[in-house]
Design a protein around this ligand. Structure first.
Ligand code: CA
Length: 670
């Protein structure tokens, strides 16, 4: 282990960093890395066992383009145990910016702090922050994780998409920003008549429980000092993992402001009864020329057999979750967001690039926080391509779902593609848009794949996210327009056939076991004009079109109804395999039809003793015999009606073409 400060090839570093000896000798468990602020002094620590020297640089500004940007102070750091360099600076440093100059692997780099909690514009200088002074009023009382985790309905939303539309009714300076979530009482601009809430009132009204935010940590693809009106990105390109993104702040120059605004957003969502999920992207960084690489060259990245950066992320670099200090980094970072920002759930991008031990350790670490066992964890159980994970580590891929904690869930692409067709081939259909012979697969969707059929074996329905659309790929509407074969495709045209298929798709995944999840705007026929990979498209392509949502009010009402049905029938949310005993499929002679009855558990919140559900993808109406009893028609295929004075059926029901029928037995006297 001698010569750690000398220049080496990537392969040589790989051999060292994959050795038990290195991890053992230099693995550091302290929770004090980065800048630890105190009124009297701030302590700085950086883990850099391969560095020959480390200096701390202090600045008055967060970038070198501002007035008085020059160096304001410097101090040499001392090397301590485990390769941790440290120094203390006397005085109240809140608001002071800093970097480290690190000499390692034959080069010298000025770098921001990987553990930074605050940063200046574009994140290239870290900032010392007094976190308590960045709390909004009443933050200490902010209720978080308060039972939200029990019956989740997740809504996937991009911060800028939410309020960028000029019709959003949100004040101009907040549009596209964190602060848009704090605006109450907004309505669709430019329309008269009816109550048409937008913004947070709309979210509250919809009935969802969790707002899942696309990346909102500091990412690199938007120039925060540039013209923000003409830039857009989804944000899957992390620069500072523990700092909120600057472009969503009204002032990205002062590191404390975005922290306060982020917390204001969380608080507003919590006050509306909504939990907050963060989309986290630990599997790769904006570029390989990152703070990680400048701090400990080649430690944080996987190297393939040719000595190149592994590229299973298809973003040019894969981080190495199986290495002790990156695993610790992920755990520390997730727990930091949960504790400091009151985050209620985490969605892991390309989770298949991480190893199962790291994911399970994160689960365990979250569980140790007060109320932490309510925090949701779910991720994408796939990767872009092979990754050079250390031998012996097990990737958190779909096929390994049974090795993940039962409270770590996966996006179920089997359900997604079975219902409406492949995400990769626009014109390939699924069950609702005309593909035949899918009855058995659709039954597996209902059972959240807790059958012996699939190539993957969930520990229970709690591990499955049932969905049909997310930010990636086509919106549900666009996908259905493609498969309707109305070439040339017209995404803006009213299309009753597509509308009916959309309702069908929604009614299916909302009546499957597992956790329902949908892309914001799916309930309002959201279109990206046929563009799938819109990560850097114009904001106008991506953003929620509030007028369109009200144009498709009928569809929105349908989603609201489905959410309501789910909320009042606990069986849908059972996480254990035992729930399969509550479900009985009936034999029908008709093709493209799946029918089942789901027993309730007679829970307090339940409205029905039993539900019967008919999925029918055929085009001609079909008379179907019903199980015994008097059934209330909760969904007739085009509308959801939960009012007791609604329609009832017994013995048979005539099912219209392309419809989902939901029937409820015995309304409890409430
Ligand atoms: Ca940024």
């Amino acid at each position: 282990m001698n010569g750690l400060t000398e220049k080496k090839t990537a392969m040589e570093w790989k051999a060292i960093f994959e050795s038990e000896a290195f991890e053992e000798k230099y693995g550091y468990d302290g929770r004090d890395l980065g800048a630890v602020y105190g009124k009297a002094y701030t302590s700085f620590k950086v883990w850099a066992p391969t560095a020959a020297g480390v200096q701390l640089n202090l600045y008055h500004t967060g970038s070198d383009q501002e007035k008085d940007a020059g160096l304001a102070g410097r101090c040499s750091m001392e090397k301590g145990a485990k390769g941790v360099w440290n120094c203390k600076v006397e005085g109240d440093l809140a608001g002071v910016y800093y970097t480290f100059t690190i000499e390692a692997n034959g080069g010298v780099h000025e770098t921001a702090d990987i553990y930074a909690k605050a940063a200046g514009v574009n994140g290239s200088r870290s900032m010392v922050v007094d976190l308590s002074s960045a709390n909004p009023m009443g933050w200490e009382q902010d209720a978080y994780r308060g039972g939200y985790g029990e019956r989740p309905v997740i809504y996937e939303l991009h911060i800028k998409d939410f309020s960028n539309d000029i019709h959003s009714g949100i004040r101009k300076e907040y549009r596209g920003k964190y602060m848009a979530f704090t605006e109450k009482g907004t309505q669709l601009a430019g329309k008269s008549g009816g109550y048409m809430p937008t913004g947070i009132d709309y979210l509250k009204n919809l009935g969802i429980t969790h707002v899942h935010l696309l990346p909102s940590y500091d990412y690199g693809s938007v120039d925060e000092s540039g013209d923000l009106d003409n830039q857009f990105n989804w944000g899957y390109d992390p620069v500072n993992y523990n700092v909120p993104e600057g472009s969503y702040s009204v002032n990205p120059y002062d590191g404390a402001i975005r922290i306060r605004e982020f917390k204001e957003m969380v608080k507003a969502l919590h006050e509306a009864g909504l939990a907050v999920v963060m989309d986290v992207v630990y599997n790769h960084t904006y570029s390989a020329d990152s703070w990680f690489q400048s701090t400990v060259p080649y430690y944080y990245y996987r190297i393939n057999g040719k000595g190149q950066l592994s590229n299973g992320s298809l973003c040019g670099n894969d981080t190495a979750s199986e290495r002790r200090m990156f695993r610790k980094y992920m755990i520390d970072s997730v727990c930091y967001w949960a504790a400091e920002y009151h985050i209620d759930g985490f969605r892991f991008d390309l989770m298949g690039l991480h190893d199962v031990d790291t994911m399970n350790e994160i689960r365990n670490a979250l569980d140790q926080l007060p109320g932490g066992n309510q925090i949701l964890m779910y991720g994408e159980p796939w990767r872009g391509s092979e990754s050079s994970m250390k031998k012996g580590s097990i990737p958190a891929l779909k096929e390994q779902i049974d090795q993940l904690d039962e409270r770590i869930s996966i996006f179920c692409d089997s359900t997604r593609d079975c219902i409406k067709g492949s995400v990769f081939y626009a014109e390939k259909a699924g069950f609702v848009n005309g593909k035949e012979g899918l009855e058995e697969d659709i039954s597996s969707c209902v059972l959240a794949w807790c059958t012996k059929r699939g190539k993957f074996h969930p520990r229970g329905p709690g591990q499955i996210i049932s969905y049909v659309s997310a930010h990636d790929n086509y919106t549900l509407w666009d996908k259905l327009v493609y498969t309707a074969k109305a070439k040339p495709w017209d995404f803006l045209e009213k299309n009753p056939e597509v509308l009916q298929q959309n309702k069908m798709a929604a009614a299916i995944y909302f009546t499957c076991l597992g956790t329902p999840f949908f892309q914001a705007g799916e309930e309002g026929a959201r279109t990206k004009r046929g563009i799938g990979d819109s990560y850097a498209s114009l904001a106008e392509i991506n953003q929620l079109d509030w007028a369109r949502i009200y144009e498709y009010e009928e569809l929105t009402a349908f989603y609201k109804g489905l959410i309501e049905i789910r909320k009042h029938f606990g069986t849908f949310y059972r996480k254990d395999k035992g729930v399969l005993d509550n479900i009985r499929f009936w034999k029908v002679s008709c093709a493209n039809m799946v029918c089942f009855t789901m027993k309730g558990d007679r829970e307090e919140a339940d409205w029905w003793e039993e539900l019967s559900v008919i999925y029918y993808a055929g085009l001609q109406k079909e008379e179907v015999g019903l199980p015994q009893g008097m059934w209330q028609v909760l969904c007739d295929g085009s509308r959801v009606n939960l009012k007791k004075e609604g329609m009832y059926a017994s013995e048979t029901f005539t099912v219209p073409g392309r419809s989902v029928i939901i029937l409820g037995k015995q309304v409890y006297p409430k």
